[in-house]
Design a protein around this ligand. Structure first.
Ligand code: GLU
Length: 260
């Protein structure tokens, strides 16, 4: 059971499917709700970090790319354009609720190399101290495969560990981790609580040749492993219901809670 009194610092991860419509253009209603809820939680006195995806998707749509480019330089160009658009909209919406945001773009080396890690940590702490909300993404524009995590689920767990968060919420396009494939089995049930990552859980996420790998569950389970290692509770819940954040910080988790 999550204890509300223990939650002082929270990392929220939001994926491209929640931030954009099928057309690739921004889902303003979701972004509006997200920024309002996070601002409100900040007003309650919590430190808040937003880990956002969407740079490549939004950039593609802005540049008129209809299919995801294969060539790295076009992906990086799309990320460059999309990241601007994302920050523009976050800055504008958060400002409506009198919140200041700061952009932090990181690569794997910023997290794994000790001296860089310390600098990034200091930047986060300074932003918290100054009352700003850090908005984080991978530095897709200059990063190449070897220095990128490649997915923001893992990135968000690493960021949660870096800032010593008390909770990570991953908003996804499904309600949580199911006990079998919900697309094939009408009786599939959400697993409310996971207390360790073992082979059974990995298999549910799409290991060992099952077909459950879509919806990015593999990277979410990997994120949960990072959280378990660092003793940080993690929640997977549906990004269509961003207001659920209030229930979660009150200790009622609609979705799957990963906690020892
Ligand atoms: N950093 C990527 C982007 O902003 C997203 C990676 C992911 O979706 O996990 O487009």
């Amino acid at each position: 059971m999550l204890k509300p009194e223990n939650i002082k610092r929270i990392v929220i991860k939001i994926g491209t499917s929640t931030l954009t419509h099928r057309t690739g253009r921004l889902d303003l209603r979701h972004i509006e709700t997200l920024t309002r809820v996070l601002s409100d939680i900040k007003n309650m006195g919590l430190d808040v970090v937003l880990v956002t995806s969407g740079a490549i998707g939004v950039g593609m749509s802005k540049l008129g790319m209809t299919i995801r480019p294969k060539e790295l330089r076009y992906k990086q160009a799309a990320a460059s354009v999309g990241q601007c658009e994302l920050m523009h909209i976050y800055d504008k919406f958060f400002l409506d609720y009198s919140q200041v945001v700061g952009q932090i773009l990181i690569t794997k080396s910023d997290i794994v190399e000790e001296n860089r890690r310390e600098k990034v940590e200091n930047t986060f702490e300074a932003l918290f101290e100054l009352g700003a909300i850090p908005v984080v993404n991978e530095n897709d524009t200059t990063g190449v495969d070897e220095i990128l995590f490649g997915d923001n689920d893992t990135l968000s767990a690493e960021v949660a560990a870096l800032v010593g968060a008390d909770l990570l919420i991953i908003f996804s396009d499904i309600d949580g981790l199911y006990d079998c494939d919900p697309r094939e089995n009408g009786d599939a049930k959400i697993i409310k609580r996971v207390t360790e990552i073992n082979d059974d859980i990995r298999a549910l996420a799409g290991g060992a040749g099952t077909k459950l790998g879509t919806g990015g569950m593999v990277t979410k389970i990997h994120a949960a492993e990072v959280c378990f290692e660092n003793d940080i509770p993690m929640v997977i819940t549906n990004g269509a219901k961003l207001e659920n954040t209030y229930d979660i910080i009150a200790g009622n988790v609609p979705g799957t809670l990963f906690m020892k």
